[in-house]
Design a binder for this molecule. Structure first.
Ligand SMILES: Nc1nc2c(ncn2[C@@H]2O[C@H](COP(=O)(O)OP(=O)(O)OP(=O)(O)O)[C@@H](O)[C@H]2O)c(=O)[nH]1
Length: 280
């Protein structure tokens, strides 16, 4: 056990403490808002090959996940993020100027995974100077969250346009797409159900996963972010696994072609060699 020499006393080193937070510590894949209607996994758990890959001794560090929120001004983008990150809600509207940015750390299956969340405004008068950074904001998004205000039906059409614009900057990759209806607390039960039917249809067309939320009441905010983080994590790890497999198949290590290539044996063998100091 490592010791520290403090004031001539041998004291045990204090253990690294990771506080357990049920909001951000995930061990299973959280369900979709509507499990019958999602383009993504309907399983109750992560893909088996993901758990298998995470056990491998040689895997690269997980890249942070870039999430962009798009949608009309005042639909509630900032409020959703603030409710999840700080558990706070402000009823007075303060317009976002340029880009706002939040970092949220998850621990998924024992691995650290960060979400880089940003929301951006560039379409209002006097903010033309921010247009030049639009490309940087949109590009390389792992997740796009298109938001609309459930109490303003026209904002759903705007959300579709915002999403199309963001996708134009991400043609080389396939970001996860969510369509999120905000301010569900402002609707009666009938209005809510009617709006969900319309927006659910739009989400299917857009091949997006649909969620209704309320930053004011907190309705489905945590569930939404947990689902988003877990799906982004799974996509990230499976992409890494695919890249490793591609590299491994380009460098055959077996001469007997009748045997299938076992990635786990290959990497565990490599790590044993390293530990024993064998240079061959
Ligand atoms: N009733 C209700 N009001 C909300 C909710 N979410 C946001 N609002 C209000 O809607 C207004 C706009 O919210 P913001 O989160 O600032 O909207 P935004 O999309 O970030 O706006 P921009 O910064 O202009 O892009 C504020 O007055 C919020 O208090 C909600 O869930 N329920």
């Amino acid at each position: 056990m490592p010791h520290l020499l403090r004031q001539n006393l041998l004291l045990p080193a204090s253990p690294t403490v990771t506080l357990y937070d049920p909001r951000t510590h995930l061990r299973h894949l959280p369900p979709a808002y509507n499990t019958a209607q999602t383009p993504y996994s309907r399983d109750k758990d992560f893909a088996p090959q993901l758990r298998y890959h995470l056990e491998l001794p040689r895997k690269s560090k997980l890249r942070p996940c870039k999430i962009i929120f798009v949608g009309d001004c005042a639909v509630g983008k900032t409020a959703i993020v603030n409710r999840f990150c700080y558990d706070k809600f402000q009823s007075n509207y303060k317009a976002t100027i340029g880009v706002d940015f939040e970092l949220e750390n998850f621990n998924i299956l024992g691995h650290n995974f960060s979400l880089e969340i940003s929301f951006y405004r560039w379409d209002t008068a006097g903010q033309e100077r921010f247009k030049c950074i639009a490309g940087a904001y949109y590009r390389n998004a792992n997740v796009i969250v298109a938001t609309y205000d459930m109490s303003k039906r026209e904002s759903l059409n705007s959300a579709k346009r915002w999403l199309a614009n963001a996708l134009n900057y991400n043609t080389g990759q396939q970001p996860l797409i969510f369509l999120v209806g905000t301010k569900s607390d402002l609707l009666t039960k009938e209005e809510f159900m009617s709006m969900e039917r319309v927006a659910g249809g739009a989400a299917s067309e857009l091949q997006a996963e649909y969620w209704s939320v309320s930053a004011r009441s907190g309705y489905k905010i945590t569930e939404f972010f947990q689902r988003l983080a877990a799906l982004a994590f799974q996509t990230n790890v499976l992409q890494q696994l695919k890249a490793l497999n591609a590299t491994a198949t380009q460098q055959p290590v077996q001469t007997d072609k009748s045997q299938t290539f076992d990635l786990r044996r290959y990497f565990s063998g490599a790590s044993r060699k390293q530990k024993s100091g064998c240079a061959c």
